[in-house]
Design a binder for this molecule. Structure first.
Ligand code: HEC
Ligand code: HEC
Ligand code: HEC
Length: 506
């Protein structure tokens, strides 16, 4: 394997091992010798509650203790002359990834006679046993409060994806996500009842709208383009360039009530909106189901909690590239895309510096991550007046901080599903992916005439990683083929993410 690839690309593995070893302060993570390396890519899908650990303990007592002992210290062999069952409390077991323990439980160990539990325990039970093994080994688990309304939430994580971090005051539940889906697609959520979140975030376009800049309900254009919502659960900073916009619960208020420009146009209409929603039969069922402890669940806070919960379910990690990378199908992407992958992860192009990791952006957060990365970069898209200016109001982080150093700095978006989300950049000013590649090749964009005139490559505040490079025509096609391989068709057709309303309401 290409050395850069080995370093930068085995993203998941290092992310997960990193997460675990950071937690434990361990240096090296030896493998469970019986589990294949791929099993490390599986993270536990459980947003753990204490009841999971209790259930895991109960399953352990009935299914595992016969050989491993009630205290987990092992001892009995599975068959005469076989090795004794392992001590599951020993220190080095802690460094094994959850996925490896899960694999051993599901598949057993033929050589030593440990039986498989693929049918004896459900998937949920197996993950609960993993949680118990963690506790047995002295690992501090991330347990959230009691589950909402007695139901528990199981993430549907693609291979290689860690568990998203969720705010303590809005734990996930299937009921909330289902309510949020209805709200997301509901045109009642706008001034004249023609607009919903989905007007600007369409599933078929990976939750963008295909416009250079979004058009609000009053016919005014937003200064910037809509953004894809795939894997938004992992984004610790929201929108193109606002470091203060951190929570989905708060962010949802911007399109609903913002006035500059109006998106859904609900400013001042909070009470009529809630009254309108309370009259809808579906909501008379969905709101109490999502917020069972509340006497009147029809509150604005609950609207945004539900929207955020739905948005966190929008996980995309089943592209051809993922099938190739996880080993599921080594032929899933073309030879051209594989060459493009090498280019992407090469210091010649530097793409991976800003668009690396399992979500193809450095700006990510998840359960167990030691520190949150939030980065904003200037890619030399403009250079007004030859002193690095960007056209207002799109001056990047500068528009919030007013610090000249922040001029032109934007969030590097995830490149997942990028072939579906044209046009590109914060203002949609590059029409095609080939155009984006040309922009990076030139080390910045040159605009030769008009008010936006300027040589972006000479922007004094440009990131040093956007330094320009030359590709052959074939290499350009290769890089393009790689970007195309990040398209997740299952994601854009998944019924769990689609419009729940009957056609008459659309
Ligand atoms: C019939 C006896 C038996 C039962 C039942 C059994 N195991 Fe095992 N287990 C073994 C043996 C034997 C080994 C392997 C020891 C070796 O190869 O060195 C083993 C190994 C393991 C390992 C690998 C540890 C390591 O050091 O790599 C794990 C994890 C594990 N068992 C978990 C479980 C869990 C969880 C259950 C219950 C769901 C369970 N086992 C049930 C006999 C058993
Ligand atoms: C008029 C079109 C429009 C509507 C309607 C709209 N959005 Fe957006 N959305 C945008 C634009 C434009 C941005 C980028 C905003 C910025 O940079 O300030 C965005 C950004 C976002 C982001 C940040 C994504 C990221 O990658 O950081 C989220 C989350 C989001 N919208 C959710 C919603 C929700 C939830 C609703 C419904 C309550 C909604 N949007 C309604 C246009 C829209
Ligand atoms: C210094 C960090 C950095 C590097 C290096 C970098 N990018 Fe970007 N990328 C960004 C930022 C920031 C944006 C958003 C810029 C804006 O809107 O002004 C972006 C935007 C994009 C977009 C458009 C995304 C969208 O949703 O509109 C694509 C495609 C893209 N980059 C691909 C690449 C490729 C391919 C490379 C390597 C040739 C690369 N990037 C290198 C930071 C970087």
């Amino acid at each position: 394997m290409h050395p850069k690839l080995a370093g930068a690309l085995v993203f998941v593995t290092s992310a997960l091992v990193g997460a675990i070893s950071m937690q434990l302060g361990a240096q090296q993570a030896p493998h469970v010798h019986h589990a294949p390396a791929q099993s490390r890519m599986l993270a536990s899908p459980l947003d753990l509650v204490e009841a999971d650990v209790t259930a895991g303990q109960a399953a352990f007592a009935t299914r595992c203790a016969t050989c491993h002992g009630a205290d987990g210290k092992g001892g009995r062999p599975a068959r005469p002359n076989g090795p004794p069952a392992s001590d599951l409390t020993r220190a080095d077991l802690r460094t094994h990834a959850d996925g490896e323990l899960y694999w051993v439980i599901a598949n057993g160990i033929a050589e030593s006679g440990m039986p498989p539990f693929a049918s004896g325990l459900s998937e949920l039970e197996r993950w609960q046993v993993v949680a118990y093994l963690r506790r047995l080994g002295g690992v501090r688990l991330h347990i959230r409060g009691p589950s909402v309304g007695g139901t528990r939430y199981v993430w549907s994580l693609p291979p290689g994806f860690p568990r998203p971090r969720v705010p303590a005051d809005n734990p996930m539940s299937a009921e909330k996500a289902e309510l949020g889906r209805h709200l997301f697609y509901d045109t009642r959520m706008s001034l004249d009842q023609t607009y919903s979140c989905a007007t600007c975030h369409k599933q078929s376009l990976a939750f963008t709208d295909g416009r250079p800049r979004s058009l609000g309900v009053t016919g005014q254009f937003h200064p910037r383009g809509s953004m894809g919502l795939a894997n938004i659960a992992y984004s610790p900073a929201l929108t193109w360039a606002n470091p203060t916009q951190r929570k989905l619960e708060t962010q949802a208020l911007a399109p609903m009530f913002g006035e500059d420009p109006p998106e859904m146009g609900l400013a001042g209409l909070e009470t009529p909106l809630l009254a309108r929603l309370a009259l809808v039969p579906e909501y008379q069922r969905l709101f109490p189901a999502a917020f069972p402890e509340e006497a009147n669940p029809f509150t604005l806070a609950n609207v945004t909690r539900a929207l955020a919960s739905f948005e966190r379910t929008l996980l995309s990690g089943r592209s051809a590239y993922d099938r190739y990378r996880s080993g599921e199908n080594p032929q899933a992407i073309s030879a051209s895309a594989r060459r493009g992958e090498l280019l992407f992860f090469d210091e010649r192009t530097e793409c991976f510096h800003c668009h690396g990791g399992f979500n193809f952006t450095e700006t990510v957060d998840y359960v167990g991550k030691g520190f949150v990365e939030v980065e904003f970069h200037n890619t030399g898209l403009y250079n007004l007046g030859n002193d690095g200016g960007y056209p207002p109001p799109n001056t990047g982080v500068h528009a919030v901080s007013e610090d000249p150093e922040d001029m032109g700095r934007f969030k590097a978006p995830s490149l997942r599903n990028i072939a579906l989300t044209a046009p590109y950049m914060h203002d949609g000013s590059i029409a095609t992916l080939d155009g984006v590649i040309a922009h990076y090749e030139a080390g910045g964009r040159t605009i030769t005439s008009g008010p936006m005139k300027g040589v972006g490559a000479k922007n004094p505040r440009k990131s040093s990683f956007v330094k320009g490079f030359t590709l052959t025509a074939q290499e350009r096609r290769d890089l393009r083929a790689f970007l195309d391989s990040l398209t997740d068709r299952e994601f854009i057709t998944d019924r769990r993410f689609s419009d729940p309303w009957p056609a008459t309401r659309r």
